[in-house]
Design a protein around this ligand. Structure first.
Ligand SMILES: Cc1cc2nc3c(=O)[nH]c(=O)nc-3n(C[C@H](O)[C@H](O)[C@H](O)COP(=O)(O)O)c2cc1C
Length: 208
């Protein structure tokens, strides 16, 4: 076999392998997706970190907040508060103190999802579930943003003391309000694709 034939054979095998991966990947995500807008939106969501200068208005932000507050919540305590930041100077102050949220420089707005420790149960105790409830609210918000053609990304604040202190100072939060994250929002600049994360190795049926 000459060198040309060997190269052709290797290329053909690589092409077949790529095709097989595509088919397997499609089968993994395809079954429930067809025509189901909610499912397709969940699979389409991605972190967007670059934005155009198209404004995002309060009606759109309010739509995101409706989605956030529709989230499930332990014992239905809803121990969440949302600080909407749509002033350039406040966005810039947050940006200056949060190196992991550099995208705030381009963002048109941000929503800071916070746990509210003043929300108490029948025993007078604050919710132990607040990070979980606020995470569910954040995911709802991110999915709503995706469905509206907006770009957004969860940038972590809690449980890092320095980031919590920075956000507290920038937004003048009382001690009872704990910022979980900052979600910068804007219209996407460039083409960001969702990652394929489905991995059958993460699944066990009935027993480990
Ligand atoms: C708890 C948490 C903290 C995160 N913190 C940051 C962050 O500080 N900065 C950032 O750019 N992205 C942050 N992300 C976004 C992740 O990097 C992103 O979700 C992950 O890479 C998967 O990509 P995808 O969202 O496009 O699917 C965070 C996500 C979560 C859930």
């Amino acid at each position: 076999m000459n060198r040309y034939k060997i190269v052709s054979l290797v290329l053909a095998v690589a092409l077949l392998a790529a095709l097989a991966r595509l088919v397997v990947g499609f089968e993994q995500t395809a079954p429930a997706a067809g025509g189901n807008a909610v499912y397709e939106n969940i699979l389409a969501r991605k972190s967007v970190r670059s934005y155009t200068d198209r404004p995002v208005g309060r009606p759109q932000l309010d739509t995101l907040l409706h989605a956030a507050m529709a989230a499930p919540s332990g014992r239905d305590m809803r121990p969440w508060k949302f600080v909407v930041v749509d002033r350039r100077d406040v966005l810039d102050t947050l940006h200056a103190h949060l190196p992991k949220a550099a995208m705030l420089a381009e963002a048109q707005a941000a929503i800071v999802v916070c746990g509210d420790l003043t929300v108490k149960d029948e025993q007078g105790q604050p919710s132990r579930n607040w990070p979980l409830d606020c995470s569910a609210a954040t995911q709802n918000l991110l999915l709503a943003a995706e469905s509206m053609g907006l770009g957004a990304v969860w940038t972590g604040v809690w449980p890092y003391d320095d980031r919590i202190a920075a956000v507290r100072a920038a937004l003048q939060l009382p001690d009872s309000i704990v910022p979980l994250n900052v979600v910068p929002i804007g219209y996407p600049k460039g083409d960001t694709r969702p990652k394929e994360k489905y991995n059958p190795h993460n699944i066990h049926y009935n027993r480990w």
